[in-house]
Design a protein around this ligand. Sequence first.
Ligand code: ZN
Length: 72
Amino acid sequence: MTACPLPALRGPRLALATLLMALAAAAGLTACHGDTEVHAAYMCPMECEGDKRYPEPGTCPVCGMDLVEVQQ
Ligand SMILES: [Zn+2]
């Protein structure tokens, strides 16, 4: 008699796969959430203060020009 054990295993394995997928999705969501935190920076287009960058848009305190956003 050859009773196949697969039907008995299918249930738990499916549950485990579902759990793993849920975990992966949760991890992916967490990673995505971290990625959405954009580290924008602004600096004077004339580079009056060299590489100095500002965390928010505004105008250069030296020349008064609008700060430009730089991608990091
Ligand atoms: Zn400037």
